[in-house]
Design a protein around this ligand. Structure first.
Ligand code: NIG
Ligand code: FE
Length: 417
């Protein structure tokens, strides 16, 4: 058994067993000043130092049996749950970034056969080992920046062979890096060149040939569709998502990033686990997402990189929706694994408070991956995924931006970074 003691700021994100903290409860971090945590692979107790001795005796442990770590001057948070990334890929899009800076829109580059299709060509040519290497580096860097649980989407292969290559790469990353990982099947990320003249045939191919072939791949938990102007229509998306649901996969949607074509409304109707992006989402859509319990996952790094209008987090939180934050780490629209930066961006560009941002990046990320019963807060019985930061208050993590404040990372009670 181990204990972290004398923690200057212990941010528990106490959830009372709930899936989410909505509305004004999102500002309640359950912070304990001068706190302590007793844990093995799960959290056994957490509370103020003044109650530490009593906690030891009621757990039947002599304090000298504990492996103690003095956390004076430090802040401890639950590990970040980054519920939206695309880190299995190959190649670079730095040249497209330079073009975008000179004024060429992301959508123009995509329509010319660049964007996602640039990465698709690189993935189809790459070996499995090359893809694992890229993804392993991203996952390791995410872990070192405080992310203990990550979601990884396929979607740059766009044919059966290459989508399988990507999903298998994700399995390999889960073996090689001490981060916890689930994957998402996203062949409906773009229409590949061989189906450009008949996109409905690609939809059929996904449903008839790809889904049955990938459904049993290890760690695969979700199916996602890019439902947006120039990508997949609501009708096409619904066909794919309904089929995926039949294989027991949870459903996710890239919604309202380029235009509002009804994607978030569809997410509510289908009972998706999350709808992600939401730059152009209306109040009525947010109400539908809220009523259906769909997590609204915001990606401020993408809005920043693509200079999109920032999603209206304030409106979503005030209307009682479950708002989560994630990186969207991918080669084209947001190349960063750093959830500390996502917190800063959320506060500076989405109008979120520091407390709301932390809840969104931990507990609500866990809700977006349906793992909120196990992780996302430092509560008794949850798995001991905790991160030590070299700052005396949690506000410093957000305020002092652009550097890595992480001192140590625990996953299931083991120090892994
Ligand atoms: O989440 N929106 C769609 N997919 C990614 C971007 C993919 C890319 O440009 O490579 C996203 O932003
Ligand atoms: Fe994405």
């Amino acid at each position: 058994m181990k204990a972290l003691i004398n923690i200057s700021s212990l941010v528990t994100v106490a959830s009372d067993g709930k899936r989410a903290k909505t509305g004004s409860s999102m500002r309640d971090l359950g912070e304990i000043r001068d706190g302590a945590v007793i844990f093995d692979d799960v959290i056994r107790w957490r509370g103020p130092m003044t109650e530490f001795a009593d906690a030891c005796s009621s757990l039947g442990i002599a304090p000298e049996e504990l492996q103690l770590d003095d956390c004076s001057g430090l802040t401890v948070l639950p590990g970040f749950v980054d519920s939206h990334t695309h880190i299995v890929y190959a190649g670079s899009r730095a040249h497209e970034f330079a073009r975008r800076l000179s004024g060429v829109p992301y959508t123009t580059i995509a329509a010319e056969g660049g964007g996602i299709l640039t990465t698709m060509r690189a993935v189809r040519e790459a070996s499995a080992d090359e893809i694992v290497h890229v993804a392993t580096q991203h996952a390791q860097r995410a872990l070192e920046h405080g992310t203990t649980f990550i979601e990884v989407k396929s979607g740059y292969g766009l044919n059966l062979e290459s989508e399988v290559k990507l999903l298998n790469a994700a399995v390999e990353v889960a073996r090689e890096v001490d981060i916890r990982l689930v994957s998402t099947f996203m062949a409906a990320h773009d229409v590949p060149p061989e189906f450009r003249s008949s996109p409905d045939d690609y939809v059929r191919h996904i449903v008839d040939d790809m889904l049955p072939a990938v459904a049993d791949i290890d760690v695969l938990s979700f199916c996602d569709v890019f439902t947006d102007k120039g990508f997949f229509s609501v009708e096409q998306s619904e066909i794919i998502l309904q089929a995926a649901s039949g294989y027991g996969l949870g459903l996710k949607v890239h919604a309202d990033e380029i235009a509002a074509i009804g994607a978030s409304n569809m997410a509510a109707r289908l009972g998706c686990v999350s709808a992600d992006h939401l730059e152009y989402t209306t109040e009525a859509d947010v109400d539908a997402l809220r009523d259906a319990g769909v997590v609204c996952t915001l990606l401020p790094g993408t809005a920043y990189t693509l200079r999109l209008p920032p999603p209206n987090a304030r409106m979503m939180i005030d209307r009682g929706a479950i708002v989560a934050l994630a990186t969207d780490c991918n080669p084209g629209s947001c190349l960063s694994e750093n959830m500390q930066n996502v917190l800063s961006l959320a506060c500076m560009t989405l109008g979120m408070s520091i407390e709301e941002a932390i809840v969104a990046a931990t507990l609500h990320g866990a809700a977006a991956l349906r793992v909120h019963d196990r992780v996302g807060s430092i509560d008794v019985g949850k798995e001991a995924d905790m991160v030590l930061y070299d700052v005396p208050t949690y506000a410093d993590i957000v305020y002092h931006f652009g550097v890595n404040h992480v001192l140590g990372v625990y996953v299931r009670g083991e120090m892994v970074a």
